[in-house]
Write a protein that binds this ligand. Sequence first.
Ligand code: TYM
Length: 345
Amino acid sequence: MTDEPRIFSGIRATGDKTLGNYSGGYRQYVATQEQGEAFFCIVDLHSITTPIEPDDLREYTLSGAAMLFATGLDPDRSTVFAQSHVVAHAEAAWLLSAATSFGELRRMTQFKEKSEGQDFVSAGLFTYPVLMAGDILLYQTDIVPIGDDQRQHVELTRDVAERFNQRYGETFTVPRGVYPEEGARIKNLQEPERLMSTTRGAPQGVVRMVDEPDVIRKKFKTAVTDSEREIRHDPEAKPGISNLLEIMSVATGDPVAELERRYDGAGYGRFKEDVGEAVVALLSPIQDRYRELRADERELQRLLAVGAEKARRASEPTLEAMYERMGFVKAEAGRLFGAARPRGL
Ligand code: TYM
């Protein structure tokens, strides 16, 4: 064990990733990998909580890995792996479900949003935050870099960790969510009151990380603003412009206050065009690296296998402690099961 902080975050293997994922996810992963021992997980087990075709799951897992490396994760520094490769995650979720209440899960707004109006709501969609708590707690995580839409899940994770520690003795580090100062909630360009997401909202307002440059430019040109002329950050009164200011800040690294000064009196048309160009400049090199990485499937699988091995080693002591403290009898090799012989021998 070192004194470096442990960092953990996860990203679902579903759909194309958006500028919102970049802002709350990828961008923060790359920044935090410098600060400690970092684990980043493609949470493929989470992906099956809403309907997904098997071929799509395969594709999104590999493209998810390619995007993590394309945005700057360094496989020598960070542990990048697929959740299903480390069985401890599924086991931890079951054990932690004993320390999570039905009432807590019922309050999760993401469950309410995602289940609304659906014919089939899986049990997994309801218990999903327990799996997420396990992801984080297995690594004795100090810091979770994440977007604001996941805040409630991180708070639940903290509550579950504290409850487990109280009941069974100190087992988990209680983690802390880290949210970006600007761009923690990127909104749909057409419906700036709604989170940018591929699952809901006008597709024209969703910027995908793999969108062609001209598609990106067009989406910004047609972004919804307001009937004033002032470029000012005021999410209540001016949700569209405020969202664009935050996106520009994410893309350029310039603070919102400085952008307000720069675009004072510039007019919405020019501002929207500049934001589009800044996003194209941000995403083009990522797209080039992504295409190259995605094309080499063997290399991606090799990198994921290396990550899984490191993640298994890092999570094993915590899972063992969980079993032991909860009172499970250990099945020691050569004892409980030692007398068994394969059938027919
Ligand atoms: P997911 O896959 O939906 O999103 C991945 C990351 O992107 C962030 N994000 C956004 N940030 C800003 N603006 C947006 N419009 C936006 N949309 C998405 C999310 O906050 C997230 O940081 N439950 C998680 C995955 C997960 C996880 C974990 C995360 C599973 N286990 C353990 C951290 C730790 C999810 O569905 O994220």
